[in-house]
Design a protein around this ligand. Structure first.
Ligand SMILES: Cc1cc2nc3c(=O)[nH]c(=O)nc-3n(C[C@H](O)[C@H](O)[C@H](O)COP(=O)(O)O)c2cc1C
Length: 195
């Protein structure tokens, strides 16, 4: 995946934040352009699971990740949850693919219901309506009938449901390969994407 490819990555407040942060790192290392947006609950979970303080303001988050992952200029753009003029909010200029990792059952339900009440939900809605790849990495257990119905609804609408429930034989690196190969499947020019 070259820098002409853009992936929208959203972190929400489900357990599994190390997957999301590692995916961001892999995408940036591969030279992919990334649009990043995260929820308030994601900030709480990042602190809880990784002792990581995600800045509350998009501008600060941009500097934080640029420094942490030594990104190339203009490779990463971070948006606030209500930045309705962000490119991801519009079908005119959709990203190549979008991943919500980790994905809460709340955000999953909102996307399944087409609510578009914040930028994450709107960006996901745009991917579905534009028939672009949308991958959700939900994490919850046990699953209620409502959770499963929402996942089925999204799957039928074209989304990929990729739960964060690796087998005991799988490593974090293997899961990243799995995620990246899912993204590759949608990309025609993805040779430089490595985990
Ligand atoms: C430490 C912590 C862990 C959580 N883990 C999960 C989880 O694994 N799955 C989930 O669906 N919600 C989880 N939640 C609840 C969500 O964060 C909560 O429903 C929140 O409103 C989701 O908002 P968001 O979808 O905008 O991020 C967790 C909350 C906290 C504080």
């Amino acid at each position: 995946m070259s820098q002409s490819r853009t992936v929208t990555l959203a972190f929400t407040g489900a357990s599994g934040m190390p997957y999301g942060v590692r995916l961001l790192e892999c995408l940036l290392q591969s030279g992919t352009r990334v649009y990043l947006v995260y929820s308030q609950a994601a900030q709480i979970v990042a602190r809880q699971e990784m002792d990581l303080s995600l800045p509350g303001r998009a501008k600060d988050a941009q500097s934080f990740f640029e420094e942490r992952f030594s990104t190339q200029a203009d490779q990463l753009q971070v948006f606030g949850r209500e930045e309705w003029f962000a490119p991801v909010a519009s079908g005119s200029n959709p990203a190549t693919a979008m991943v919500i990792c980790p994905c809460t059952m709340g955000t999953l339900a909102s996307v399944a219901g087409g609510l578009s009440d914040n930028l994450i939900e709107r960006a996901a809605d745009v991917m579905l309506k534009e028939r672009r790849p949308l991958i959700l990495v939900p994490r919850e257990t046990p699953l209620s009938a409502i959770h499963m119905e929402n996942m089925l609804r999204l799957s039928r609408a074209g989304a990929v449901i990729l739960p964060a429930n690796p087998a005991f034989i799988i490593t974090l690196t293997a899961l990243m390969h799995w995620l990246i190969s899912s993204l590759r499947a949608f990309s025609t020019n993805s040779r430089s994407l490595t985990a």
